[in-house]
Design a protein around this ligand. Structure first.
Ligand code: ADP
Ligand code: MG
Length: 268
């Protein structure tokens, strides 16, 4: 129920009218929805509170959703999908989010086959700004950056994309011990491996940014097909001719510095 003593003090899920399903995952469904009082359109990620794993009778609690919410509550940036409200019913959690009408970057790559360098730069710079905010201002690593989790705010007009936002904090983590690195913390007692771990945890997102940039420019991912794990481990990808021939040296150079196997050498 959304009211206590007749006044709508708590916005429950009844507050929203679910319209169409716009995304689904293993434990969640995302709907386009309307706030019944304001008429505002939103996206709502509905996630089960408990789930059955395999054919076991026992249900497990889906606490990862609460972690996702906890992290999202601290995030406010034009290139990060905003959590506007969090509520629950008996069986589900409801993450009310800013609606990105343009949908997934993934669909636009499929639709356009590949992006011009101008369009790829436009998207990349915004995603990178979101990642910089996460890493430098929030101490958060996303850990699942991919074209399915990059959303376009409004429906693109031809190939003109507007605002681009990073979504899905389901796998993200607070970088352990970041509070000890603040100037007022006890930095003097922090062990080198703690500092090193913190630096490396961010580098997974930088690798993923390299994969996204590569995919936008040619329409296929850098690592695919047989023996994919071995290819990733060795950083075995190529700028295949003829697709990569017209692409600028500076774009390739950026990819080379992001898809760098040694995280110490990788761009930050
Ligand atoms: P999952 O953890 O299941 O991958 P996501 O948060 O990635 O959940 O959401 C799944 C899909 O739902 C996304 O890939 C996207 O297509 C759609 N979606 C999620 N959030 C929004 C949003 N704010 N606006 C529009 N579509 C969204
Ligand atoms: Mg996702």
């Amino acid at each position: 129920s959304s009211s206590i003593g007749g006044s709508p003090t708590i916005q429950g899920p009844d507050q929203y009218e679910l319209l169409t399903k716009i995304g689904d995952g293993a434990f969640s469904n995302v709907f386009k929805a309307r706030d019944k009082t304001t008429g505002q359109l939103v996206a709502i990620k509905v996630a089960q509170k408990r789930a059955q794993i395999g054919n076991k009778k026992k249900q497990v609690k889906c606490t990862h959703v609460l972690k996702e919410v906890q992290i999202m509550r601290g995030l406010h940036h034009p290139n990060i999908v905003q959590l506007v409200h969090f509520t629950e019913s008996k069986d589900d959690y409801y993450l009310v989010l800013d609606l990105c009408e343009g949908g997934e970057l993934f669909h636009h790559i499929v639709r356009l086959t590949w992006f011009s360098e101008d369009l790829a730069r436009h998207v990349f710079c915004q995603v990178a700004a979101g990642v910089r905010y996460l890493h430098e201002e929030c101490g958060v690593v996303h850990r699942d950056i991919k074209p399915e989790n990059i959303l376009i705010e409004s429906l693109p007009d031809q190939s003109e994309f507007g605002n681009v936002k990073l979504a899905d904090f389901g796998l993200s983590k607070v970088i352990p011990g970041t509070e000890t690195l603040t100037p007022c913390g006890t930095m003097g007692y922090t062990a080198p491996e703690v500092v090193t771990d913190q630096q490396y945890s961010k580098s997974v997102d930088m690798w993923a940014l390299g994969c996204v940039l590569y995919t936008m420019l040619c329409g296929y991912p850098p690592f695919h097909g047989d023996h994919m794990i071995a290819k990733v481990v060795h950083g075995n990808y190529s700028f295949t001719s003829p697709w990569w021939d017209p692409i600028s040296a500076s774009a390739k150079d950026l990819i080379v510095h992001l898809l760098c196997v040694d995280p110490k050498q990788r761009f930050e």
